[in-house]
Design a protein around this ligand. Sequence first.
Ligand code: ADP
Length: 469
Amino acid sequence: MRADSFALAFVGVALVLLLLAPLLTVRRTAELRERIEEVAEPARDATTRVQFELARQMSALRGFLLTGDTTFIARYYTRLEDQEATLEELDMLTLALGAEAAAAAATLRHRIERWHDQVEPLAPGQGQGLSAETILNDQRLYEEAIGSAVELDRVVGRIARGTRARIRRAERQGFLLTLSLGAIALLATGVLIWFGRRLRALAAEAERQRNEAELALEATSEASRARDRVIRGVTHDVKNPLGAADGYAEILEMGLKGALPAEQLHIVGAIRRSLSSALAIIDDLLDLSRAERRELPFSPREVALDELVARIAEAHRGALQAAGQALDITVPSAPVMVATDPVRIEQVVGNLLSNAAKYGGSGTVRVSLERFPDGSPDGYAAVVVRDEGPGIPPDQLETIFDEFHRVHPEDGRGHGLGLAIARHVARQIGGDLTVESVAGAGATFTFRIPFRRGARADRRAAGSKEEHA
Ligand code: ADP
């Protein structure tokens, strides 16, 4: 989940909770208030009424005692019925208030019954046997019953106070919850706004960079197109007069306009060498320009790479020997068939061998043809050219493939285009050209050529013994 959607979800949840929190508080406090209003207060009211009924019963009994009038006894029983109904109401209410209140109500009923048990046996015959002594003697039981009612009132009062405290607590918690949720929602909104700004800034920056990159790309390709135009135009224009100059020099050299003295002949020879070097550079530039655009002619056909590589290497044996180097060629005994253009293979391998002759010191140059992975349909053949020369400094292992790059520009050998062209060619035919080198211990160039259509023929030969050519 992205951070901005997380913050958004967070704000959403906080807002929902923000709405729910007061509702929950109201619901919770409403329940508690209902308990006070519908249970605790009516219970206290009923307790008061029970006390009142008890007092009226006592006063009826005393009235009878004083006057002997039996209507007082009838009044006693009426009060008794009222008190019974109130006690039943009280039982239900105290049950709802919990064990403590229910126990206090049970005690009250028990004490009232004890008082009645003492008083009533004397009363059933309309007051016969009821005397001042019995009433006064049972005063204690009456007071205990009143005392129980007071105790019940106290218990219910305490429960009501506890419930009120719970209401206040719930309201306080609800308030704090709302406050914290509000703060969280505010914070999350802030984070969201910050994210939004940051995202917009990042998007704007990305857009700016994309535009810059597009402009740079456009400028680069324009520069490269312009350079190509210049190379093609200039090289063509320069190549023709240079060729003509070489032609004239050749006429002089051959003595067709009269024999030249030895010194002048020497100078004409030097002119022709310079001209052919310039023409070689022009050819390389044209090749590079075409190779970069992948426009070098490429006519693939089924080629026995083992034979081709051996032939190319042999063709360089003389140059290598002249440079004081031995040549060792290793190719598989069975044909390595590859669908490729032999002209391009020769262009790359020839460049590696002439470089070995120029820069490979005086050891042995080893040319080998290998298959990777052996027998695999997606494999490739690799022409490896190793020399025992000074090698290439580690920091220049890649830059030697750049155009005009030379490790020792001062030595005047080459002009730094061969490897650049060779790598383009290798890539154009679906392969690659890489180098490994340990400074002072020679260089190993690996030219990979994909099997492509020739792979099947080569796979048949895979596994056969290799031999030194
Ligand atoms: P050129 O040979 O015309 O200068 P290349 O592109 O073929 O151009 O080579 C670029 C540079 O890489 C060379 O100038 C040379 O310094 C270095 N180089 C190439 N081959 C070797 C090698 N076998 N050993 C050491 N250095 C090499």
